[in-house]
Design a binder for this molecule. Structure first.
Ligand SMILES: NC(=O)c1ccc[n+]([C@@H]2O[C@H](COP(=O)([O-])OP(=O)(O)OC[C@H]3O[C@@H](n4cnc5c(N)ncnc54)[C@H](O)[C@@H]3O)[C@@H](O)[C@H]2O)c1
Length: 262
């Protein structure tokens, strides 16, 4: 049997040297871990941010000797979405990796759930994932290469009370991921999702501060602990790199086993 391809396999396929990555919300919380991971693997960063706290991202990326540039705005505005893509091409000449990380949640009793919050969550967690992915795909199709990583959640497969648009939109992220995989596979573009479990961060401060809920969740995590941001970094590098070129339309749950527990 011909063993040439096996012999020529190199750990270099995990490297992101010379790549350009967009990480939406890559200046905060979990997004910051993807940003730092890509810089450590050799990529330059283009960060669409919504809040002004960009210093950590700048420090972490520059410490790795990589470049980082920022563009501020609201991803539910399609003009800004186009500017994110055009701006990255203008700054770096290409887009190799997109991480659709920005997201939001809102908790309220179902009977009082505000229509406005349903709309805002779906616009950011679902519609913006499609629109930015679609604009970025046009660039990647011309390049005939690219990696799109959508951020789902353990709530892409499970549900709970009080956060209907978060659950619906995160389920939808899996659908967008599979659609993109089908549309773009022939262009050597792979679209996959990372589904984090429970990580203490701004987005779930309300639930992580609730002792009863915290214990209930912890008891269901096979690893026996909530996630640390660094737990996401290897998976992000893998899905952004050539090492995952034949994986398309799938998700990796980084949840300590949470979604496997009865
Ligand atoms: N923290 C967790 O345990 C957890 C678990 C599963 C999935 N996730 C997902 O991971 C992603 C990051 O979450 P996080 O925990 O770091 O929360 P976070 O609130 O810190 O991050 C969300 C990011 O989205 C940005 N954002 C909010 N509204 C925006 C808008 N209108 N336009 C552009 N950007 C906007 C925020 O500024 C922030 O940078 C989200 O998609 C979230 O659903 C988080």
């Amino acid at each position: 049997m011909n063993t040439e391809s096996i012999k020529s396999f190199s750990m270099e396929c995990f490297s992101l040297k010379g790549k350009v990555a967009i990480v939406t919300g890559g200046n905060t919380n979990l997004g910051l871990a993807y940003t730092a991971a890509f810089a450590k693997a050799g990529a330059d960063l283009w960060i669409p941010h919504f809040t002004d706290d960009i210093d950590d991202a700048k420090t972490l990326v520059e410490a790795e000797g990589r470049k980082i540039a920022f563009i501020k705005g609201d991803l539910t505005d399609n003009n800004y979405v186009r500017n994110v893509v055009d701006g990255c091409v203008k700054e770096y000449g290409k887009i190799d990796i997109l991480v659709n990380n920005a997201g939001m949640g809102h908790f309220a009793e179902f009977a009082e759930y505000p229509d406005e919050m349903w709309k805002r969550c779906v616009d950011l967690n679902f519609n913006a994932v499609y629109y930015l992915g679609h604009e970025t795909a046009k660039v990647m199709m011309r390049q005939r290469s690219g990696k799109i990583i959508n951020i789902g959640s353990a709530l892409s497969f499970t549900a709970d009370r009080k956060c209907p648009p978060y659950i619906a939109s995160k389920h939808g992220v899996i659908g967008i991921t599979r659609t993109f995989a089908n549309e773009l596979g022939a262009y050597n573009i792979q679209t996959n999702a990372i589904c984090p479990g429970f990580f203490a961060s701004e987005i779930n401060k309300e639930i992580s501060d609730d002792k009863v809920f915290y214990e209930k969740i912890t008891s269901r995590i096979a690893a026996g602990r909530w996630g640390d941001r660094a737990d996401l970094m290897g998976t992000a590098i893998f899905l952004a790199s050539g090492a995952s070129d034949y994986i398309n339309g799938w998700y990796i749950s980084v949840d300590g086993g949470f979604t496997t527990v009865l």
